[in-house]
Design a binder for this molecule. Structure first.
Ligand code: HEC
Length: 173
């Protein structure tokens, strides 16, 4: 190999070694920086966990309301009665666990806007009347949506949802 080519090959090898060393150095700097960065991000998260998530409590209420709707649509007063009481318990849970949310008086609004609709449902259940149960159901759904409007969440719109049964459960009497 002529001397010039040998020199060029040697220089290329040196450049590669230098590049490898610099990369390794950067990786080490990042490795040392990582723990303090991770810890800094974890702290605010643990602060937020103290209040239960209203959305997941609402999700459970939605599930119960949906099953109550399917039971009413099937004319099953016994099952409507069951989901009505489960819903009222879930509402109480929400009132105790999240009385206020982002400046909205959730517990108060639950009492004023949410719960009254269930009194009508109780009457319908006692009468075992399908049409009465469906009318009461509409009043419940309306109360959900009225409260979503009042608490600045008008984009969360609940419906009867009785067109199809998405559950592996029969709602027939
Ligand atoms: C106190 C007023 C109030 C009442 C009454 C109320 N909601 Fe809500 N709901 C809220 C608020 C506020 C949010 C938003 C929570 C958030 O921002 O995390 C919400 C969120 C939701 C969500 C979104 C969470 C999800 O899992 O998709 C659903 C669904 C929901 N509500 C269903 C219902 C149903 C069903 C009813 C009636 C049986 C109802 N809500 C009654 C205030 C209410």
């Amino acid at each position: 190999m002529p001397a010039r080519q040998l020199l060029q090959a040697l220089m290329r090898a040196r450049t590669l070694t230098l590049f490898a060393l610099v990369s390794a150095g950067l990786c080490m700097v990042n490795a040392f920086k990582a723990p303090s960065y991770g810890a800094g991000r974890l702290l605010p998260l643990s602060d937020e966990i103290t209040q239960p998530e209203l959305a997941s409590l609402m999700g459970e209420l939605q599930r119960l309301t949906h099953k109550m709707a399917l039971s009413a649509d099937a004319g099953n007063a016994e099952l409507v009665n069951f989901y009505m009481h489960e819903s009222l318990e879930q509402m109480k849970k929400i009132q105790t666990e999240v009385p206020d949310y982002e400046g909205q008086p959730v517990a108060l609004l639950m009492e004023r806007m949410g719960q009254p609709a269930y009194a009508t449902m109780q009457e319908a259940v006692n009468a075992k009347d399908k049409q009465q149960m469906l009318a009461a159901l509409d009043a419940v759904v309306q109360s959900c949506n009225a409260c979503h409007v009042a608490t600045l969440h008008p984009f969360i719109r609940i419906t009867r949802g009785t067109e199809v049964n998405p559950f592996n459960q029969s709602f027939r009497p």
